[in-house]
Design a protein around this ligand. Structure first.
Ligand SMILES: [Cu+2]
Length: 144
């Protein structure tokens, strides 16, 4: 009995270590800063929808950058790479896992309010249509 209680505590502790709100799970989040002291940054992550309904990442906000925009990366036949603003956000159906990654969909942060340095933390709130806001905290790594 004691052992069973101990086990359930351990499991809930694991759940709290990732960002989970209404069964929207965000994992493997990463920030890549570009342009010297960080004129912009791209944010990558995996979002899993464990809800019983579809949902949608509508937008994001942060206090560290003036603008946060959802982008897709489009490469044309002649090799030109462009970014497209995803005005309708990124939708995910029930059970779907969406990966925001380099060369694909990502969250773009523009206009830093201060120089972005290695070790800085960047807190971001993801606005999920049906599940509310999810807070994630990213640390700027040395490989930026
Ligand atoms: Cu972009």
């Amino acid at each position: 009995m004691l052992r069973a209680i101990f086990l359930s505590v351990a499991i809930s502790a694991v759940c709290f270590s990732e960002s989970v709100i209404a069964e929207i799970r965000v994992s493997d989040s990463l920030i890549k800063v570009s342009g010297g002291a960080g004129k912009s940054a791209a944010v990558f992550m995996t979002i899993k929808n464990d809800n019983d309904n579809s949902d949608r990442l509508m937008s994001a906000r942060t206090l560290v950058f003036k603008k946060a925009m959802l982008h897709d990366t489009i490469s044309s036949a002649d090799g030109v790479v462009k970014m497209k603003h995803l005005m309708m956000g990124i939708g995910f159906s029930k059970g779907e896992e969406v990966i925001l990654t380099s060369g694909g969909k990502h969250l773009m942060l523009m206009g830093p309010n201060k120089p972005i340095l290695t070790g800085d933390s960047v807190k971001i709130w993801l606005n999920i249509e049906n599940s509310g806001e999810i807070e994630i905290n990213l640390i700027v790594g040395q490989d930026n």
